[in-house]
Design a protein around this ligand. Sequence first.
Ligand SMILES: *Cc1c(COP(=O)(O)O)cnc(C)c1O
Ligand SMILES: [Zn+2]
Length: 427
Amino acid sequence: MSGPIPWRLKCVECDTMHRGDEVRYRCDCSGTLDVITTLAAANRKPLLETFDARRSSFIPADVSGVWRFREIVLPLSPDEVVTKGEGNTPLYDASSLQDFTGGANLRLKHEGENPTGSFKDRGMTVGVSMAKKLGCDRVACASTGNTSASMAAYAAQAGMRAFVFIPEGKIAFGKLSQALAYGARTIQIPGDFDAAMELVERVCVDEGIYLLNSVNPFRIEGQKAIALELMQDLRWSAPDWIALPGGNLGNNTAIAKGLLELRDLGLIDHLPRIAVIQAEGANPLYTAWHDGTDVQPLKANTLATAIQIGAPVSWRKSLRGIQSLNGVVEQVSDQEILDAKARVDAAGIGAEPASCATVAGVRKLIQGGVIQPNESVCGILTGHLLKDPDTVVRFHQDQLESIDPGAAANPPVASDGTLEDVRRLLR
Ligand SMILES: *Cc1c(COP(=O)(O)O)cnc(C)c1O
Ligand SMILES: [Zn+2]
């Protein structure tokens, strides 16, 4: 690479600074890394005007809901980036869910409406652009599904070879089909996500393949753009709360980092609180947060496969972010997740199970008096409804073990095909 680059990598554990232009995912002490960008002393008004003006540009990197904010995300030039026009996701008014959540002021930013159907595209456009800048032509990740779908698509677009490590039998069908379709070499590993994760990191370091798991610090920089775009949607005035699901904990880390940087730059004047929601069967952060301990790895088990992670890599960064935002961590059962999903889906919004932990968690926090009913809440829906069609169909046919669809069940009904019978079914 030519010329100095305006970012460095800082160890989360020991604060050692590393160069920003070497392939490195961890400090020598094995701590994870943060990208520290030297931001030119920003001038609030011109910067915000630039972000707004780019929305109607004809340059792909300007329109992207990630690269539009490149001064804060990562200062690459527009011709260096691999973009699919990610971001620009809708912020739905979900006040119609009030009878369910108990809150009057809920909006849902649907990150499932990204190019490959999850928020992972925001991190991946930055990760793959960095791979290209570093001259790597092979990339890899371990994934519960959405990371691999996203990586496969961006790698294909950039002409790179992609390797995906997935836990055998634990990946939703929509996601597996994407990895295969985009041409990634897909390697099934016996064991769970955490086992696949450990293996892929070793393989990447040994083989010189660029690692795009969430340990990759540049993916976090891209995911910050969820917060940046949300604040732009809200005309730079933060809501009282942002709620989102937590699995490997990269996303809440990223959103907190983005918000703190916006505040430091004077682009927002107050910070929202953050609520991170875990599945009861995959709750290491919840337990650590409540007990005030380090995260203890556990065997994860939940229907929400995107957050079925027992040994989250980013937990220390994550806890730091939650503390700076005066945040909370909540847990919800699979039944609560699917009850919430039935409501989100039936409102015409629709999302995959893990995403709906957000709404289940908001409901629980309102019931518990942590979130006040009149406070403004922006929930993040992380993945698209079509990612996990199997769970949807089985839910509506009451075929999921230990889950009761209740009145939400909406199974297909059979007709003998006569007009009379169809009329009967319309009543
Ligand atoms: C990856 C993912 C999550 C979890 O995000 P983390 O950054 O790992 O906490 C939640 N929902 C969906 C749909 C995902 O793809
Ligand atoms: Zn270190």
